[in-house]
Design a protein around this ligand. Structure first.
Ligand code: PLP
Length: 253
């Protein structure tokens, strides 16, 4: 059985963060390992409070786990603190973690900061050179690259810049484009994954997409194939989503 690790935030509503990642891993038949980087208080209306886990305890969770089990892939989500990014860079090198995926979480979809100011810069300097693939949305790609993004051409420029910063592969997701949701994949060449936009507000979309890519890498797929399959997975997730709280829809993964 293949396994994948997520290093991410805890979401009591079960729609994002660790909970979302574990459900996606499970639905791909990949055994899920998880290390918590922050606790959150949130519901379908958004994140209300955040409590970061200390860098020492993030490190302890990782070393105890990784001294015993070697995951086939690893993903990061909400890291919250610059010091946590540093710990993760150290750990990825120390344990030679393979298939390392970064979901560079900065803001929730309701606009709440989920990372300290220094986190994007630390991700750019310390994590991008170590990753197999980074999966930013348009906003995250813009913050990481310093390029304002309004359209597909800007997404391509940002993808190239993130590649220059050391990311082997880049997937800029296009769910926030005006008409079609075109994802731009850069793996040395550009590829475009087109899809319809799903109307409505959904919780945990970025987490679920990057977790699907991670699970597929753990199962041995290449990045482009994983991106295509993950896009199909999300199409089904949108179709099967449901409302139980008052605001954003949740995925029934
Ligand atoms: N909570 C956690 C733990 C997350 O990791 C994220 C996003 O990555 C969110 C909340 C935000 O989810 P949404 O974008 O659906 O607001």
């Amino acid at each position: 059985m293949k396994s994948a690790l997520t290093i991410a935030g805890f979401d009591p509503s079960g729609g994002a963060g660790i909970q979302a990642d574990l459900k996606v891993y499970h639905s791909y038949g990949v055994y899920g390992l998880s290390v918590v980087s922050a606790l959150t208080a949130q519901n379908s209306g958004g994140v209300k409070r955040v409590m970061p886990v200390t860098r020492q305890f993030v490190k302890k969770q990782l070393t105890v786990l990784l001294d015993d089990i070697k995951p086939d892939a690893t993903k990061t989500g909400m890291l919250c603190r610059e010091s946590t990014v540093e710990v993760i860079a150290y750990i990825v090198k120390k344990y030679s973690l393979r298939n390392f995926v970064i979901d560079p979480v900065i803001l929730s979809s309701t606009g709440r900061p989920l990372a300290e100011k220094g986190v994007p810069g630390a991700i750019r300097k310390k994590l991008l050179p170590l990753c197999t693939v980074v999966t930013p949305n348009m906003y995250e790609a813009s913050v990481l690259s310093g390029i304002p993004i309004k359209n597909q051409i800007d997404m391509e420029k940002a993808a190239l810049t993130l590649h220059e910063y050391g990311a082997k592969n880049v997937i800029v997701t296009g769910g926030h484009l005006d008409k079609m949701a075109v994802d731009v994949v850069y793996d040395g060449e550009f590829h475009y994954l087109r899809g319809r936009k799903s109307a409505g507000e959904y919780h945990g979309t970025g987490c679920a997409f990057s977790a699907a890519v991670t699970a597929l890498l753990a199962r041995g797929y290449g990045v482009l194939e994983a991106a295509k399959l993950a896009k199909g997975f999300m199409k089904k997730a949108f179709a099967k989503s449901f409302s139980t709280g008052q605001k954003m829809k949740l995925f029934n993964l």
